[in-house]
Design a binder for this molecule. Structure first.
Ligand SMILES: [Zn+2]
Length: 114
């Protein structure tokens, strides 16, 4: 080890470690999540993480570069998006893809509901 951290550097380090712990927490929560590997930020193309707000009890999708601002090379300013909205968007997207896949390859399958 070399040198002594200034107070600012020390708190920066603590923030980074804290953000990392938080990110791990989000990944564990999101393991069964439908959207986790499918959603990307429209602004910076980073992955969208599932994030639970303890104060409101609601779940949001947050851009990695916004959530892990202290670690991001280019911090993002995308606001958190209600998770249900993301889920609906992804489900709609998947159903649409399946529908067009079926239509183009095999018309015998019934249409997906909705
Ligand atoms: Zn972003």
């Amino acid at each position: 080890m070399q040198g002594i951290l200034t107070t600012a550097e020390w708190s920066q380090l603590q923030n980074a470690l804290d953000e990392r712990r938080r990110a791990q927490y989000v990944r564990i929560l999101g393991r069964d999540s439908l959207t986790l590997d499918l959603m990307f930020c429209g602004k910076c193309r980073a992955k969208i993480y599932r994030w639970h707000n303890k104060d409101t009890g609601k779940t949001y999708g947050r851009c990695r570069n916004e959530l892990k601002r202290s670690e991001a090379a280019q911090p993002c300013n995308m606001p958190p998006i209600p998770y249900e909205m993301l889920r609906e968007a992804v489900v709609a997207d998947i159903l649409m893809q399946r529908r067009s896949h079926r239509n183009s390859h095999d018309g015998r399958y019934p249409q997906a509901p909705g």
